[in-house]
Design a binder for this molecule. Structure first.
Ligand code: CU
Length: 449
């Protein structure tokens, strides 16, 4: 094929892509018209409106935010119109722990916004909080009037008031929106904003997942996080602690992209088992390939985004977790209530009965923890991890946990999930189980209005 001829076909492909891009809003409108009536919709990813990216770059997936819905949009001409409501959210961060967080549209973290680089977006924002707030678009180069800083770039949005943000997204990459009020951030007011690139990233990724890191200080028998406290006892990925976090599923041999953002008080070294990865992007967008080097742990600092990619070469259920030891724990303080957990002089039957009591109150089976030595109490330092494990496979079961070994959930706590690299048969089995599951069945998305 001659150079000119090849260029012709390339140009034709670009033209075609442009046409698809233009028609996408109309398709989206037709499909989304009724689904957008309520801002409290919890769409599944399969319901996501047709996206120009899908046509322009065949089979590049939209990002999936496990346990967090996407935000649907309507179109007004060429403008994508989103609706966000800041409001209190009852958030089940573990099967036995529900907290009073704040979020958006019944979700904490807020729903994920996905747009295309070059898109113009409008966000009709409503404040259902008892105090003023605003929306800041973290990392976006947009006019000062859209920056969402109370008193500096706009008047605060008073309780019950509305405010409209509108801007064109010229960048590509991993961004987020959040309240520009420190305590509101610590109560959960953050959500992803993903700007898919005009020109597809290379190499191609088959899976694209997003994780928001958050930390909470919740006293025993309490539901309101202490936003001024600096000792965090609950650590979450996308608003859920392990083992309640939905595992990420990847087909063996595929390439996985993972985007991680951090809003909190601590930095989190996120570690992946069994695979090396490269850091392909930051909060500033795609990083040039010449800067990629092999890693297995990426430090995600406060206010940063880190994008990693790896080839899912090795089958298995691989841990992805923050490596700060205290961030790999859930709070056993919730065992306290009226029965003191006596860690200094604990016997196996006593500890078991305490755990079983809690298990009974929340209605899940409690599988035995790992074995301990007969003379355990004679060893200085015991117990350490012995009675922390609380298997709850049934309570957190979902299609993505299908086929994991019994009591898998016992060792999973805090900022931790699994990347399950699965051969075709197992992968397809889970996908078909996901498909047959009703979207509203998801227990994480309950909402009190
Ligand atoms: Cu951490």
């Amino acid at each position: 094929m001659s150079g000119t001829r090849r260029r012709f076909f390339q140009d034709a492909a670009v033209m075609g892509a442009g046409l698809f891009g233009m028609s996408a809003p109309m398709r989206a409108q037709g499909r989304q018209g009724s689904a957008n009536g309520s801002a409290h919709q919890h769409p599944t990813h399969t319901e996501h409106p047709n996206h120009p990216t899908e046509k322009r770059v065949a089979s590049v997936p939209l990002m999936v935010t496990p346990d967090v819905p996407d935000l649907p949009y309507e179109t007004d001409g060429a403008v994508k119109v989103f609706k966000l409501i800041a409001e209190p959210v009852k958030k089940e961060i573990a099967p036995f722990k529900t907290i009073d967080a704040w979020g958006y549209n019944g979700s904490c973290p807020g729903p994920t916004i996905q747009i295309q680089q070059g898109d113009r977006m409008r966000v009709i924002f409503e404040n259902h909080l008892p105090e003023s707030t605003s929306l800041h678009w973290h990392g976006l180069e947009i006019p000062i009037e859209q920056d969402g800083v109370p008193w500096i770039s706009q008047k605060p949005v008073a309780p019950g008031d509305k405010y409209t943000y509108e801007f064109t997204v010229r960048q590509e990459g991993t961004f987020f929106y959040h309240a520009h009020s420190a305590m509101q951030e610590m109560l959960g007011q953050i959500g992803f904003l993903i700007a898919h690139p005009e020109k597809a990233y290379r190499p191609h990724a088959d899976h694209d997942y997003g994780v928001i890191l958050q930390e909470w200080a919740v006293l025993p028998s309490n539901t309101v996080p202490n936003t001024a406290g600096m000792e965090y006892n609950w650590l979450t990925f996308n608003g859920v602690s392990a083992p309640a976090i939905t595992p990420m599923i990847a087909r063996l041999g595929s390439r996985v992209r993972l985007r991680i953002v951090n809003i909190g008080m601590d930095h989190h070294p996120i570690h992946l088992h069994g695979h090396q990865f490269v850091m392909t992007g930051t909060e500033g967008g795609r990083a040039p390939e010449s800067t990629w080097y092999p890693m297995n742990t990426v430090l995600v600092g406060v206010a940063q985004a880190r994008v990693i990619e790896f080839d899912a070469k090795y089958p298995g259920a691989w841990m992805l977790h923050c490596h700060l030891p205290h961030h790999m724990m859930n709070s056993m303080m919730d065992l306290l209530r009226d029965r003191m957990m006596e860690t200094a002089d604990q016997t196996d039957p006593k500890a078991l009965s305490q755990m079983q009591t809690l298990a009974n109150t929340v209605g899940f089976e409690h599988v035995h923890h790992s074995p301990i030595a007969e003379n355990a109490n004679d060893v200085k330092g015991f117990p350490q991890d012995a009675f922390m494990e609380m298997g709850m496979d049934e309570a957190v079961a979902k299609p993505e946990t299908y086929g994991l070994p019994p009591n898998w959930s016992a060792g999973m706590m805090g900022m931790m999930t699994l990347v399950r690299v699965l051969p075709d048969k197992e992968y397809d089995e889970i996908m078909s189980r996901k498909k047959s599951r009703a979207p509203m069945e998801k227990r994480e998305h309950h909402h009190e209005s």
